[in-house]
Design a protein around this ligand. Structure first.
Ligand code: PEP
Length: 242
């Protein structure tokens, strides 16, 4: 398993249901990232399943956007962590809010997926976050505590798992929490819920080149999870460079 602790900045691209072979060719040709010079920066690309092993750049790390709760057997349409490992995946986004809301994923299913990842030495990137209504009702911390307590299995720790705080109301909307709010929530997750400052916590939700510098300099923000801006290679290059 990769040593997460060696990275001081982690940038994850979540392409969602977008991409093609020709898009990947152009993307890889144009992405500006030299891992030899930037050993402490980690850039992870998470394309849709069919394209995962098409990204054969030695400088980039590959992740998937999801995995199955099952390991093997009669589960049509599923992709196991064993298969993901086989094709070179080092990371796996787990519990993204779109999976939770559109595909009915529960915290319990997410916990199983994390166990499956850990068994294959894949680093799960666990997404947690509140929706707008919960935020308005001042329930953000309560929601995060519940998600963390129910979805993180015993075997997960700061060396083998990453958390991404993604307020649902900020995903794809152009809205973000204030910088103070981001810092407060990340500090709360590290100190109060996880009780370990060492856990890496990424921020996700409408990150773009114009706001990523200030987000990345907030206390307890260890990187960003980028959706729509990761599809635009010029935007994503600026985010990598920030
Ligand atoms: C996401 O889907 O995880 C995400 C952060 O999306 P966006 O950057 O488009 O808000």
């Amino acid at each position: 398993m990769l040593e997460i602790g060696n990275f001081n900045k982690i940038i994850v691209a979540n392409w969602k249901l977008q991409g093609s072979l020709s898009f990947i060719k152009t993307y890889i040709k144009n992405i500006k990232f030299d891992s030899v010079e930037e050993q402490t920066k980690c850039v992870v690309i998470c394309p849709p399943f069919p394209f995962i092993n098409q990204i054969n750049s030695k400088d980039l790390l590959i992740g998937s956007q999801d995995c199955s709760v099952y390991v093997e057997g009669a589960f049509t349409g599923e992709t196991s962590t064993k298969m993901l490992k086989d094709i070179g995946c080092n990371f796996c986004i787990v519990g993204h809010s779109e999976r939770r809301s559109l595909f009915g994923e529960s915290n319990e299913m997410i916990a199983i997926k994390i166990v499956n990842c850990l068994e294959e030495q894949i680093i799960p990137i666990l997404c947690i976050g509140e929706n707008l209504e919960q935020k308005k009702q001042n329930k953000t911390k309560e929601i995060l505590i519940n998600q963390v307590q129910k979805s993180i299995p015993k075997q997960a720790n700061e060396n083998n798992m990453i958390i991404a705080y993604e307020p649902i109301w900020a995903i794809g909307t152009g809205f973000t929490p204030t910088l103070d709010e981001i810092s407060e929530i990340h500090t709360f997750i590290k100190n109060n819920i996880l009780q370990s400052k060492e856990f890496k916590i990424l921020y996700g939700g409408s990150v773009k080149s114009s706001n990523c510098n200030e987000i990345l300099t907030q206390e307890n923000v260890d990187g960003v999870l980028v959706g729509s801006a990761s599809i635009d290679i010029e935007e994503f290059n600026k985010i990598i460079e920030s």
